[in-house]
Write a protein that binds this ligand. Structure first.
Ligand code: GUN
Length: 286
């Protein structure tokens, strides 16, 4: 039976370190890092995510601002809000929770966030820098997944990593991070012909599809590291991932649970990104 990668425990310990770091930063620079989280509309899942992000920010001692806008907010009003946060010296990180209502162009909104305050790493300037191998803000979920893989001590260099899913938020940046860590990377997706034939060879599997039971026990090589980014509901309404956890944990060497795996790490990486933005911004002015 494989070992559980306890994302909750790892993220709790990182948050404790950040708490101390924030106190030291406030002493040094006379202010705390500031994070603004914008939510538009009443998507229940987004409301939970935003609440958890703001709670974590408060826990580590950041200055946190939550801006809740009604569903009917115009694109122009949202862009104006972002403009104000861009100009606010007390704000180091800005996050606009996705998805946005249909009448708002997400791309335009992400582009409007000042590059140096893009806490999500979604701005084209950060995406471009990531793919060029330049310093950048990394997107929180793949950044957290990489930390979880590293926590196992399994060597990434030379490993075969299969990333299932090709989203801009997870799949694509995850593949680049694994590539940078010298893995051989395969990006699989909904049109992939024989997913099992690929995953059975994988030393590392990252499942980021958004569908239950995409990875079953017969698809996993004994001892592999399995990272589950999925956030789905089973027939009883319980939160579950993309991986058949109960069966795969018997085969895998390491596996993340849902909940308690990738989710807490994503939020903790957002705190880390905000602190990193603060340090970059402050060291420019001091
Ligand atoms: N919606 C789902 N995941 C994310 C995320 O990581 N950041 C933002 N802003 N919205 C999301």
């Amino acid at each position: 039976m494989g070992a559980i990668i306890d994302g909750k425990r790892i993220s709790d310990s990182l948050k404790e370190e950040m708490k101390a770091q924030v106190i030291a930063l406030e002493k040094q620079y006379g202010r705390r890092p500031g994070l603004a989280v914008i939510i538009v509309g009443e998507n229940p899942a987004s409301q939970v995510y935003v609440r958890n992000k703001v709670r974590a920010a408060e826990y580590v001692g950041l200055r946190s601002v939550q801006i809740t806008l009604p569903e009917e907010t115009s694109e122009a009003d949202l862009l104006a809000q972002i403009g104000r946060l861009n100009a606010d010296p007390a704000i180091d990180g800005i996050l606009v929770q996705l998805p946005l209502p249909k009448h708002i162009d997400e791309e335009k909104v992400i582009d409007a966030i000042a590059l140096e305050k893009d806490a999500d790493g979604f701005h084209p300037g950060n995406v471009g820098a990531l793919w060029l191998g330049k310093p950048c803000t990394l997107p929180c979920t793949p950044k957290g997944c990489l930390e979880l893989i590293r926590s196992t001590g399994v060597e990434i260099r030379g490993a075969l990593a299969v990333v299932i899913g090709r989203s801009n938020i997870v799949g694509k940046p995850m593949a680049k991070l694994l590539l940078d860590a010298h893995a051989t990377v395969v990006i699989a997706h909904s049109r992939t012909r024989d997913l099992g034939a690929l995953t059975r060879q994988a030393d590392i599997i990252v499942a980021a599809v958004g569908k239950r039971n995409v990875v079953t026990a017969d698809m996993v090589k004994p001892g592999a590291v399995v990272i589950d980014v999925g956030m789905n509901r089973d027939d009883e309404g319980r939160l579950c991932g993309d991986v058949d956890f109960a069966a795969v944990k018997e085969v895998a060497g390491w596996i993340t649970p849902v909940p308690g795996g990738v989710g807490p790490m994503t939020i903790t990486m957002l705190m880390q990104n905000t602190i990193e933005s603060f340090i970059k911004r402050e060291s420019k002015t001091h």
